[in-house]
Design a binder for this molecule. Structure first.
Ligand code: 6GU
Length: 225
């Protein structure tokens, strides 16, 4: 999979893709992530990207021309399966969307700043608008990093233990059960006996019960439908 990300501040995402699972995905050649500076398509000697909004009001709006030129250049190089705009008024991101996106070949992500981009760009080019939650970030970059991370770890071969991405919280609309590692007794704080029993069937039952209990207590909304 290839992901291109267009942003006025691409440096904000540098470290997000340089470590751990994202690094492994890149090193294995399973995921290519390229960040691009929208400044390179800016207008005039100041490489301008935004302007005052028509009708008045506080906050600058990202102009059509840099974004249109930039997006058209990328589209001429390859076919994108989705052109995503990161925005607080987009569709709320969830695991189902992550799963779907992880199966695509080419994704283009546009980061705006929070006052947004000229509506005509959204109408002309954007195929999917994503919000990562009901709060406002100063730009789409950190949200884009969240989306790319959630996609990258789902690509087959990226996570060593093939089953572990599928047993995550939310994959089956349940939160994950508690987990423990050695020692089995730390300062008298003990690991539940069942996990040490070696009885795989009992362990699976216990994990399911715990997942249900956790979900009921913390996220009853997940059990509603
Ligand atoms: Cl995608 N962008 C911004 N600026 N704020 C957000 C967001 C995105 N998702 C939640 N808040």
């Amino acid at each position: 999979m290839r992901i291109d990300i267009i942003s006025a501040i691409p440096q904000l995402m540098d470290s997000a893709f340089a470590h751990s699972i994202m690094k492994r995905a890149k090193d294995k050649g399973l995921l290519e992530v390229y960040t691009h500076s929208l400044r390179d398509w800016g207008i005039g000697k100041h490489q301008q990207l935004d302007d005052y909004q028509f009708g008045g009001g506080a906050g600058m709006v990202m102009m059509c021309e840099p974004l249109a030129n930039c997006i058209e250049e990328f589209k001429s190089q390859r076919d994108y399966d989705e052109i995503i705009f990161m925005t607080p008024d987009g569709k709320r991101y969830d695991q189902k969307t992550a799963n779907r996106l992880s199966l695509l070949n080419n994704i283009l992500i546009i980061c705006g700043h929070y006052k947004g981009i000229d509506e005509r760009i959204r109408e002309q080019y954007i195929t999917l608008e994503i919000s990562i939650g009901d709060y406002v970030l100063s730009g789409g970059e950190l949200a884009a990093a969240v989306v790319v991370d959630s996609i990258g770890r789902l690509i087959p071969g990226v996570i060593g233990d093939e089953s572990s991405a599928l047993t995550d919280s939310f994959q089956d609309d349940l939160l994950s059960p508690p987990v423990y590692t050695r020692p089995s007794d730390f300062r008298g704080w003990k690991v539940p006996d069942v996990l040490l029993s070696g009885n795989f069937k009992k362990i699976e039952e216990w994990r399911h019960q715990q997942a249900m209990k956790r979900t009921q207590e913390r996220r009853p909304d997940l059990l509603e439908d």
